[in-house]
Ligand binder design. Structure first.
Ligand SMILES: [Zn+2]
Length: 175
């Protein structure tokens, strides 16, 4: 039976529905029907521009971003929702804070709506580091259907995992 690790914390009746979809081989087509649209954000330069565009529209006053990259070393299990860091380092006599967003590479081939969701999530962290109410309000400000998208992203990751015949060795070990 599928462990549904991306849905931990959800009520049992929801998990039962998801298991039924997987067992009936219907989860993929359900997601495909809802999120058939791919995106064209193929490389880090395009990802940076895409992210800055959303930031300029909704969070103009937040600190500028230095770097936005796809990262194929990100463990999707641990960091399904990307990572955000603020690295402080001394440059000459000044302390320079570098703001980076790393997006797990799985989003390069994910439907367009899921890339948007993850970028919105990481941008909201520029202002709120915790997953608290103001954080989710910011997410919904940038993507009105944010909560549906986050749930469906968890379904999508669950679907990808259920398609793997056997887990790749060491998939959870590194990191
Ligand atoms: Zn987060």
């Amino acid at each position: 039976m599928a462990t549904l690790k991306y849905l931990s914390g959800y009520p049992e009746h929801v998990l039962a529905q998801v298991r039924a979809l997987i067992e009936g081989d219907r989860l993929g087509s359900l997601l495909q029907g809802r999120y058939g649209q791919a995106h064209a954000i193929r490389n880090d330069r395009q990802l940076y521009e895409y992210t800055v565009q959303i930031k300029e529209r909704y969070l103009r006053k937040a600190s500028p971003l230095d770097k936005v990259v796809y990262d194929n070393r990100l463990q999707v299990v641990k960091h399904a929702l990307g990572t955000h860091t603020s690295v402080s380092r001394v440059q000459g006599s000044r302390l320079k804070a570098s703001r980076e967003i790393r997006i797990a590479s799985v989003f390069r081939d994910a439907p367009a709506e899921f890339l948007k969701m993850i970028v919105v999530h990481e941008l909201a962290h520029l202002k709120e580091s915790e997953h608290n109410k103001p954080f989710y309000q910011l997410c919904e400000y940038m993507a009105a259907d944010y909560h549906q998208l986050e749930f469906d992203l968890r379904l999508y990751l669950t679907h990808l995992e259920s398609r793997q015949e056997s887990p790749s060795p060491g998939a959870d070990a590194a990191g």
